[in-house]
Design a protein around this ligand. Structure first.
Ligand code: WTA
Length: 677
């Protein structure tokens, strides 16, 4: 067990002693209108009906050609769903709604500046824009099925338009969170061998119009360094007709999309007939080794899963106005802003900016104006809104029937505020636990059928059979009170297909640990290892405790400790670096960094500042450490391993435990003085 694990286990053990929260029943008004109010769903999705139960999700889609095999397990753990079937994701999210809902809003784009009008993009308009842009990708860029493109787009309507245009052609998109640095974007261009980078000139964040195009230049340079030269950079204009970046265009490489589009007016592109198992997109996430890895998601299995869970767990009806405040640059936005809601023909809100801009009443004004009735956000956003105005939401006339929390564990007190003040005790809440890798929800209550429990994700959703193993592989029964590693016993259609370019890593990271027999073709021998600690309560609900690997979950965003440390090591003075998670009132966890210097260098506030800046430049502002502590040496084991557990204890002012076995126990007191004064 690594030192990091020991740190987490202590926390997990503490968490186990939290008191069990009381169950809260869903409001009758919600139950009366819910998509799923028949408890028969549990029987339909029970193990004896697996995998055929998932026809129920796949049948929500339009297929060009039906599948011939529901689940192919011949090459574990690379499961294949709905094999032989053909469909197009863009057709399912756009074209098929035209017959009955042409004039319905598909996307409400809400610009951050409040005086700027909201853009209501109808399904018809979305269809026209997606077609014309798909024509540009195909005919101007020569992109075809299977090619990769990297998107580094902010939260505007152009992001879903771009994704859908790619999906129409079978081009694999890889959207990089717009808050990530140019370097981080460049690494991902190189790793995915993208032919084209698609970006925007500028966007609003916190009241400022940020120059975003300048990151594209850094990204292309970085990608070139790694041997991959994208052919073109396509640039959307935040204000069509006006270039809002100070960065010059590079002739022959950079093209303004809004200048090319007039030539493509009226163009229509037939959706490609894609195989169910053809890849739809890549999404990078951090794991326990240095480089981010791309989760490859499928066409048929993925879309079926996010559509089914959007209907059953998010309770989306076509007449709903649905607002998920996540960023489309994360998996939550792909699955539950774009693909799931649009496949169901809902109206989905895309908000450009920060929730507390210009004040914490902004989300409720948006909800009032658009008639939002389903709201989806993270504990970090809820904490920030709560801090900025304890009673504020009650002053607005918004009404939600359903609310979601996702991305990190939510403290019961924060949950109650969400329920009482944001939801006005009228809305049902689901706490959905899942991951980039899993495509869609794993644990949650079925909102009309199962009571809410503050701080607990709930049981596995229908068709998901979770289990908790201890480190030796023993199953921890419900009510054991012990924390263990949460796993999913069965395959499901939303699970990623592989790690792009590194299938061994898929096996190693997610399946090796509890695989019962590597030669087995039986899915029962291949539990999926999520990498989270959890407790299984007697009533069947899971409480998620956090990561057990070297990943720090900052405001619901995963950052690898090794990524952070290697960014620090790029500063010439730094000899060693250790990143640890520390609790933060708003963001749940934030990284804190310990560094030691090469001989001949001295600590200074300027140097600490420069190291913090290096993390922010290399990864993005979310990686900025709370503190950078320059210490004389790292606490180390006799074999030379940095004892992160000891550093965590110092940062959190808790007991360092036994340090007598360290190679350099004296340094602990010195570090403590530096940090605690
Ligand atoms: C954490 C985000 C507690 C967990 C969808 C997981 C949660 C990681 C919850 C995945 C939740 C996500 N309660 N913890 N409801 N949802 N997590 O890949 O540690 O960005 O492994 O996917 O976030 O983060 P990712």
């Amino acid at each position: 067990m690594s030192s990091q694990n020991q740190g987490e286990t202590t926390e997990a053990q503490l968490a186990v002693h939290w008191k069990e929260e009381e169950l809260i029943q869903p409001p009758p008004s919600f139950i009366a209108q819910a998509n799923v109010a028949d408890p028969g769903i549990f029987e339909r999705f029970s193990e004896k009906n697996f995998p055929e139960c998932y026809h129920e999700y796949a049948n929500l889609l339009d297929w060009y050609k039906p599948w011939t095999k529901t689940l192919d397990t011949s090459n574990p753990p690379f499961w294949k769903w709905f094999v032989g079937g053909e469909l197009n994701v863009c057709y399912n999210c756009v074209d098929r709604h035209l017959a009955t809902n042409r004039n319905k809003t598909a996307l409400h784009f809400v610009p951050e500046p409040e005086q700027e009008p909201i853009q209501h993009v109808t399904y018809q308009e979305l269809w026209v824009r997606v077609n014309e842009f798909a024509a540009l990708l195909r005919d101007v860029c020569g992109l075809k099925k299977g090619d990769r493109v990297t998107l580094h787009l902010p939260m505007t309507a152009e992001l879903p338009i771009t994704m859908l245009a790619c999906a129409r052609l079978g081009v694999i998109h890889s959207q990089v969170f717009s808050g990530f640095s140019g370097q981080a974007c460049g690494e991902r261009i190189a790793d995915s061998q993208s032919r084209v980078l698609i970006t925007m000139d500028a966007y609003y964040r916190g009241g400022k119009l940020l120059d975003h195009k300048k990151l594209a230049d850094i990204a292309v340079d970085k990608s070139k360094d790694e041997g991959v030269v994208p052919e073109k950079v396509l640039i959307w204009q935040r204000y069509p007709g006006k270039y809002s970046s100070e960065t010059p265009l590079i002739p022959g490489r950079d093209f303004i999309i809004n200048e090319l589009l007039p030539d493509l007016r009226g163009r229509r592109v037939e959706p490609e007939h894609m195989g169910s198992t053809d890849p739809l997109f890549l999404m990078y996430t951090s794991g326990s080794t240095g480089r981010p890895k791309a989760c490859q998601h499928s066409t048929g299995g993925y879309l079926a899963y996010v559509t089914g869970t959007s209907k059953y767990i998010q309770d989306i009806h076509p007449e709903d106005v649905y607002w998920c405040m996540a960023d489309i640059g994360w998996i939550t936005g792909h699955s539950y802003i774009v693909y799931g809601p649009l496949a169901l023909g809902a109206s989905s809100v895309v908000y450009e900016g920060v929730p507390t801009f210009p004040d914490a009443g902004r989300p409720w004004r948006i909800a009032e104006d658009l008639g939002v009735n389903i709201f989806h956000t993270s504990p970090t956003a809820i904490r920030a809104l709560r801090r900025a105005g304890e009673d504020l939401p009650l002053k607005y006339n918004h009404h939600f029937k359903h609310m979601t929390t996702v991305g990190e564990p939510i403290e019961p007190a924060v949950w109650h505020w969400y329920y009482d003040v944001i939801g006005k005790k009228e809305a049902v809440i689901v706490d959905t636990w899942w991951q980039t890798e899993t495509g869609g929800f794993l644990c949650s209550t079925v909102p009309a059928l199962q009571a809410m429990k503050p701080g607990s994700g709930g049981p596995g959703i229908p068709g998901i059979y979770p289990v908790i193993f201890d480190d030796e592989g023993n199953e921890l029964p419900a009510g054991s009170g012990k924390a263990g590693n949460i796993c999913i016993r069965n395959p499901w259609p939303g699970l990623m297909q592989t790690i792009w370019g590194d299938p061994d890593r898929m096996v190693r990271v997610y399946f090796d640990r509890y695989c019962k027999n590597p030669n087995s073709k039986d899915w029962r021998d291949w539990p999926y290892v999520a990498g989270d600690g959890a407790v299984f309560a007697a009533d069947g609900y899971f409480r998620i405790l956090g990561r057990i690997d070297d990943v720090i979950n900052v405001a619901g965003h995963r950052l690898g400790t090794k990524e952070l440390e290697s960014a620090a090591l790029n500063v010439p003075e730094v000899a060693e670096a250790a990143a640890i998670p520390v609790p933060d009132e708003l963001k749940g966890r934030v990284p804190e960094l310990y560094v030691s210097l090469k001989p001949g260098y001295k600590a200074s506030p300027e140097l600490s500042q420069r190291i913090a800046q290096a993390l922010s430049d290399t990864i993005g502002p979310i990686a900025r450490p709370k503190n950078v502590w320059i210490v004389p040496d790292m606490p180390k084991t006799r074999s030379g391993k940095i004892m992160r557990r000891v550093l965590t204890a110092i940062s959190t002012k808790s007991n360092t435990g036994d340090i007598t076995t360290l190679a350099n126990p004296d340094v602990v007191e010195e570090i403590r003085k530096t940090v605690q004064g």
